[in-house]
Design a protein around this ligand. Structure first.
Ligand code: PHE
Length: 452
């Protein structure tokens, strides 16, 4: 039964609305760009396997934790920690760290999302044989062009956030997520029936366990946190708009499965496509035999293949691909911006309009700096994504497990899951939150950084 948006903060109209919005946050560049390129250079299915392990054994329990904290308190990440902890300063710092990571991730994500839009134009110009225009608009090293597209993308993000929770975020993602799935499936159907796709499939689905190192496990974990939008409070925020009657573990399971499934599908599209490009003579390895960097694969190799296809087919395929990436990115940037916006609304009594405009504008300034020095992206990825998100997840586990206590969290879940106390879930989940997830995160962080 649909409920109406009665609170000032807003809430989701339906369970499906929440699941699609949360899945929209999760499914993004991380799935369609990050995951396939990491799989391809990290031993194919071996990475896939470790990634899935991280997503289900670490990501899923943390997702349940975040949504529950959000729903219990009805607050943004900073407010949620404040409400549940007595040492307000210390605990709200965990939420604040998440907020900072979110803002910085949004800043670089917006620049990359801008590229995905500029490449839709690139494909169109190429089709119209305006090759110079195509080259000009798609130059990811061109500061002013990056700045323009980053601004456009941030504008789109802000305009959805201005609409609010159900009328803005929920409405947009309910439309965009199914569209994304349809486009993805059609494109896979095409690619897998092309000659040469088999080599890519083999690279993807046959595991090479000799490539598994501490560094790889660290990357897989960072990728899982990023892809599931965990560790910075996006799901605390989305959980805060969730009705008491919804079943949190079930909803989190749907979101985790959807995210993993879309990442898997993206692998089926990108990896065979990469090897098809190679069969056409496009280089996908560098001189030392390593796969090209992910940005080069997506923004150089794939467009070259689209151009090889030529004519209308190239335009439809290439244009649609970058459009797909843009939609996936947009449903993620709205969740990244919603976190600081909800913080400003809850904690500083600022209207949604003002919060969305000023915070969006402020983050855009960082995006503009990155537009002119794109090498900052790598640095931001390491600090705020690879280290920042797992660290946030670790702190959430420790806080929930030892301070707020898993029993209290389970009690919060009861309203939408009446038998939770007697379920298998109630026996296993606390163990993951208190012991398995924090230990795994800590070990991976330390070994990935070369500290142990
Ligand atoms: N999950 C998004 C992706 O895969 C990125 C993201 C990270 C969104 C953190 C929100 C919070 O692209």
């Amino acid at each position: 039964m649909a409920q109406t948006d009665t609170t000032a903060r807003g809430n989701w109209n339906s369970k499906l609305g929440f699941i699609l919005a949360a899945a929209g946050s999760a499914v993004g560049l991380g799935n369609i760009w990050g995951f396939p390129t990491q799989v391809a250079s990290n031993g194919g299915a071996a990475f896939l396997f470790i990634y899935l392990l991280c997503a289900f054994a670490i990501g899923f329990p943390v997702m349940v934790a975040e949504i529950t904290m959000g729903r219990k308190t009805g607050r943004n990440p900073v407010g949620a920690f404040k409400a549940l902890g007595d040492n307000k300063l210390m605990y709200s710092a965990i939420g604040m760290w998440g907020l900072i990571c979110g803002v910085m991730i949004l800043a670089f994500y917006t620049v990359i999302a801008g590229w995905t839009v500029s490449y839709v134009f690139e494909e169109i110009f190429f089709y119209l044989q305006m090759n110079e225009w195509a080259t000009w608009i798609s130059d990811t090293g061109n500061g002013p062009i990056n700045a323009v597209f980053a601004t456009v993308f941030m504008g789109a993000t802000i305009s959805i956030i201005l609409g609010g929770v159900s009328e803005g975020i929920e409405r947009a993602t309910k439309f965009m997520m199914p569209l994304l799935l349809v486009i993805l499936v059609i494109m896979i159907g095409y690619v897998l029936t092309q000659p040469g796709a088999g080599v890519g499939l083999e690279q993807y689905l046959v595991p090479d366990f000799s490539k598994v190192t501490a560094g790889l496990v660290f990357s897989a974990m960072g990728q899982a946190f990023f892809s599931l939008s965990l560790g910075m409070g996006a799901l605390i925020t989305y959980g805060s708009y969730l009705s008491k009657k919804e079943n949190i573990p079930e909803a989190a399971a749907y979101v985790t499965l959807t995210d993993a499934f879309i990442a898997f599908l993206a692998g089926l599209l990108i990896i065979p496509t990469m090897y098809m490009a190679q069969a056409q003579g496009v280089a996908i390895f560098d001189e030392s035999g390593n796969l090209l960097a992910s940005a080069a694969l997506i923004f150089q190799v794939l467009p070259q293949l689209f151009h090889e296809m030529g004519g209308l087919l190239g335009l439809i395929f290439g244009g649609t691909f970058f459009f797909l990436l843009s939609i996936a990115a947009l449903t993620s940037t709205i969740s990244l911006l919603e976190v600081p916006v909800s913080y400003a609304i809850d904690e500083h009594n600022i209207s949604r309009r003002k919060a969305a405009r000023y915070i969006g504008g402020g983050v855009l300034i960082i995006s503009l700096i990155i537009s002119f020095d794109t090498s900052l992206i790598d640095l931001f990825v390491v600090i705020f994504n690879e280290v920042g998100l797992p660290l946030g997840g670790f702190l959430i586990c420790i806080f929930l497990g030892y301070y707020w206590k898993t029993d209290n969290a389970l009690r919060e879940m009861e309203s939408g899951y009446p038998n939770v106390m007697k379920s298998v879930f109630a026996k296993i989940w606390p163990l993951f939150i208190k012991v398995i997830a924090p230990l795994a995160i800590l070990y991976n962080l330390l070994s990935g950084l070369g500290l142990i």
